[in-house]
Design a protein around this ligand. Structure first.
Ligand code: HMG
Length: 391
């Protein structure tokens, strides 16, 4: 029996700012963002969107009357927590109409936690193959106006259904991990923007990649040349490209520009338009590859590197399943990105400054999202989620 990812769907806000607009405002050469970071656009959440509404919207197409009852566990990965106690997943459990015997929990380790969720999901399915596990990763990346990290913000969510005999990719059991207590990026409970030592974070990312790969090799993993494609955690697309060059050098491989682009390029397409979606980013990259690669990847191996600041890294592999293209949701995802509304800098700055009330009372939020679910308000410190009727 193989275990892996049977279905994937993503959601991102209907609002974005072109990075050229940001560059113009700050008097920066737009090529710094387009070429230097590899980014074109950055998704901005509406005021009535959060990790719950984005996560539920991502998962909505994946769950239907035929599979709802077989979801035995919902794992919600995020570093944009909305409550110190209650899991964001419990709200999503209700919005999706999942069964009352489904266990729900939230996981946190910066951008890495969705990978921990996938590994746990595979173990759960191996034990109970008739059940599936719904993994949702949902995050909003915020650094602050005028900070070096500003151009690497973004938001998005991805839903992955982990099952026995999956239709999309089988997840291999060999895996390589690396953990170290470092302060490259963190967000204290009293802040709603992240603190980051930007340049240092890129160095730690690459160290974690080398160490995870080394451990993956010790665990009996495949060698570099066994892989057709590679996906990396993408705080910005250029980071994935730097990582791939570093891994190739570590493995003593030299490659042409064409081969380099072939091995990584299709995985960067969606992230260039969404920006950093933290825990969701690696899996939006995998989805981008499966949906946009010009070759049929059936039977090919893809290497994945997951990184979460603080830090934890993991390298592991998947094999693309024959016939995977028949289950693609590409058109819906492309339509989603193409129908978004561009914001001016002033509109973006106004949204950025929006604060959720921290005092008791009845607070209702303006209807702004075009997603299926919205955060309608905060009443007596309770979050009120509703359906908009959008499809
Ligand atoms: P910066 O100071 O804005 O940028 O910081 P820079 O001056 O280093 O320039 C960036 C690149 O643009 C450079 O290329 C420049 O040469 C190039 P590089 O040397 O790196 O190859 N450049 C140009 N290219 C073309 N035309 C031009 C031009 N000008 C400059 N005119 C930094 C960049 C990423 C540090 C900043 O944006 C930041 O702090 N971002 C947030 C932290 C981050 O994303 N770290 C990544 C690794 S850690 C991670 O991935 C975890 C994370 O997702 C969080 C989590 O785990 O939860 C962040």
């Amino acid at each position: 029996m193989s275990v892996g990812i049977d279905d994937i769907s993503f959601y991102s806000s209907s609002l974005y700012i072109p990075l050229a607009e940001l560059a113009t405002r700050y008097g920066i050469d737009p090529e710094k963002y387009r070429v230097g970071l590899g980014q074109e656009e950055m998704a901005i959440p509406a005021v009535d969107e959060d990790i719950v509404t984005m996560g539920a919207s991502a998962a909505w197409p994946v769950i239907d009357d035929d599979n709802r009852d077989s979801v035995g566990t919902l794992l919600f990965a995020t570093e944009t927590g909305i409550d110190q106690s209650k899991s964001a997943g419990v709200y999503v459990h209700r919005l999706l109409g999942l069964g009352s015997n489904c266990r729900v929990v939230e996981l946190k380790q910066a951008c890495y936690s969705a990978t921990a969720a996938i590994q746990m999901a595979c173990a759960l399915v191996a034990r109970q193959p008739e059940k599936s596990v719904l993994v949702i990763a949902s995050d909003i990346a915020r650094y602050g106006l005028g900070t070096p990290g500003e151009a690497t913000q973004g938001c998005g969510a991805v839903a992955l259904l982990v099952k026995a005999n999956p239709r999309l990719v089988e997840v291999h059991p060999e895996t390589g991990c690396y953990s170290e207590d470092v302060m490259d990026f963190w967000r204290p409970n009293y802040m709603d923007t992240a603190l980051v030592d930007g340049k240092y974070s890129t160095i730690v990312y690459l160290k974690a990649l080398r160490q995870s790969w080394k451990h993956y090799q010790q665990a009996g993993g495949k060698v570099f040349s066994d892989f057709s494609r590679f996906c990396y955690h993408l705080p910005f697309a250029k980071m994935g490209e730097k990582a791939h060059r570093k891994l190739a050098v570590t493995c003593g491989e030299s490659m042409s520009d064409e081969l380099f682009a072939e091995q990584t390029g299709s995985g960067l397409i969606y992230n260039r338009k969404i920006g950093n979606s933290y825990s969701a980013s690696l899996y939006i990259g995998l989805l981008s590859m499966l949906e946009n690669d010009s070759e049929d990847l059936s039977g090919r191996h893809i290497g994945l590197f997951s990184y979460g600041s603080g830090c934890v890294g993991e390298f592991f592999a998947v094999t693309v399943q024959p016939g995977y293209r028949a289950y693609s949701r590409r058109q819906a995802h492309v339509d989603r990105l193409e129908s978004r509304q561009a914001l001016s800098y002033d509109e973006y700055a106004l949204l950025f400054e929006h604060q959720y009330p921290r005092v008791d009372g009845e607070h209702d939020f303006p209807e702004m999202t075009d997603g299926r679910f919205r955060l309608a308000g905060l009443h007596d410190h309770k979050r009120i989620y509703t359906e908009t009727g959008a499809r």
